[in-house]
Write a protein that binds this ligand. Structure first.
Ligand code: SER
Length: 474
């Protein structure tokens, strides 16, 4: 295979090194010193104070691959990962930065050269978006970006979009600016003949996807909502590695790239179940586990163990989701996910030495969590069998289904499945009522909510947004 994940990453870093960039390490995926942010979710997080002018850049040009985690939120929920073929909890964001050095012209030229001349992406399949302007922001169309792109690509494939898609903001406050995204049309020739890709850009089509976001940092969003022009102009780019590899390997799913194939093969080996790549169960379980093992292993390697609150609870919740899928869909009643972590270290340990160093700890922690949670699940199963034996009701009442969900960690789907096997039904209305009551309790218990990060712009790297305390209490 020509473009392995490791080669694609190395090529990106090598390219920017050859163009005067210092290649730096990824910042940790877990953030310990920022009360507003639990996990790194964009490559630029670690450079925030340079952008806003509070810190001088030692190097004017930087490149790296950043471990990012985006969990929970209003647009994409953790519960969705695995159901489709392109969302992830943890992902790698390849990025290059210019701190007051080059700006739009060079950023666009470098991105185009790398994608087309180095990676060999078919230029005919590429579309770019530019900021179309916004009255409220008092900003017009980004004509400069349009004119610069015209030097590389036909004008008809340069598409203006509004603030939601093409004005990137770090959060409610902080560095921001217009952006320009690069999209690739991966559809078959036949499909391309039928529908113009221009109508599919930014429409959530799984085959017309954004791969790279070039942000032209020019402003700082202040507490009062005003945009203050920065003293210097900066470049912040972010490209989803898994998506880029999918493009270069010509596969239909992120989960078919070499890295995920290896993880999925390892899951098959452990469970004895074959992966078919369909949208259905049990294939979803393979994708859930292959995705989640990365998030969990990297968090543990960076010092965040599973626990009952804050970032630790997020790690626990993600791991439990993987265990549940293994338990209910792959019939795994004993720990096995820890073994998949071994494959992950084989695949990614050369680039991320923290995985190699932490291998023993990662596997030990995961195995312990698996044992504990599996026994909880077993207890829940016992609770259900007692119910089936002792009552003739044929209906699992709402409060019981809720107790299984809340105390035993049983997803409602699992309760439904087990009940159906016995010819019973679940009182879903009653369950939903209990769920609502609990949400109210959580809301009243903690009126404060703290953000995982509010990404106002959705891009290839915008997976999960805005974690509230209610999510953490679930
Ligand atoms: N900050 C931008 C993003 O997260 C580009 O790196 O998409």
């Amino acid at each position: 295979m020509e473009w392995t994940t490791n080669k694609v990453r190395a090529t990106f870093l090598g390219y920017f090194k050859d163009h005067g960039h210092a290649v730096v390490d990824s910042a940790p995926i877990v953030i310990k010193d920022d009360p507003t942010l639990m996990f790194t979710n964009a490559g630029m997080n670690q450079f925030k104070s340079i952008f806003v002018g509070n810190e001088d850049a030692v190097q004017k040009r930087i490149a790296d691959t950043q471990k990012c985690l985006r969990v929970s939120g209003k647009h994409n929920d953790l519960e969705e990962v695995g159901r489709d073929h392109y969302h992830h909890t943890m992902f790698e964001m390849l990025g290059n930065w210019s701190f007051g050095d080059y700006f739009k012209k060079e950023a666009i030229a470098l991105a185009w050269d790398l994608l087309i001349n180095v990676y060999g992406i078919d230029a005919d399949r590429v579309y770019v978006t530019i900021f179309g302007g916004d009255d409220d922001l008092g900003l017009g169309l980004d004509e400069e970006a349009r004119d610069l792109w015209k030097q590389h690509i036909d004008e008809e494939r340069i598409l203006p979009f509004g603030r939601k898609d093409n004005f990137w903001e770090m959060g409610e406050t902080g560095p921001c600016g217009p952006c320009s995204e690069i999209h690739v049309d991966l559809r078959s020739e036949d499909e391309r003949g039928k529908v113009d890709a221009r109508s599919l850009v930014n429409q959530d089509d799984p085959s017309v996807i954004e791969i790279w976001n070039l942000v032209f940092m020019q402003f700082n969003r202040l507490e009062n909502g005003d945009l203050k022009t920065l003293k210097e102009k900066h470049i912040d780019t972010g490209m989803g590695l898994e998506r880029l590899v999918r493009v270069l390997q010509g596969v239909d799913s992120n989960y078919e790239i070499d890295l995920f194939r290896a993880l999925i093969a390892s899951i098959s080996k452990q469970t004895g179940v074959a992966y078919k790549g369909t949208a259905e169960l049990p294939d979803v379980a393979f994708r859930v586990i292959a995705d989640h093992i990365r998030a969990i292993a990297f968090c543990i390697a960076d010092g965040q163990l599973p626990s009952n609150n804050g970032a630790g609870y997020v790690v626990r919740r993600v791991l439990r989701r993987a265990i549940r899928y293994g338990f209910s869909q792959l019939n795994m009643k004993k720990p096995f996910i820890y073994a998949i972590a071994g494959t992950l270290v084989d695949e990614m340990g050369a680039e991320f030495s923290e995985l190699t160093r932490g291998k023993e700890l990662i596997q030990k922690v995961i195995k312990e969590e698996e044992s504990t949670f599996l026994s909880t699940l077993e207890k829940g199963l016992d609770r259900l069998s007692t119910l089936f034996d002792s009552e003739n009701g044929q209906v699992v009442e709402g409060p019981v289904a809720f107790e299984l969900y809340d105390t035993f960690g049983f997803p409602i789907d699992l309760t439904n499945l087990i009940a159906a096997e016995k010819g019973w039904k679940v009182d879903m209305e009653g369950f939903n009522k209990e769920l609502l009551k609990q949400k109210e309790r959580s809301r009243n218990a903690g009126k404060t909510s703290f953000g995982d990060w509010t990404v106002l712009h959705e891009g290839p790297n915008s997976y999960f947004l805005d974690m509230t305390i209610c999510d953490l209490l679930r």
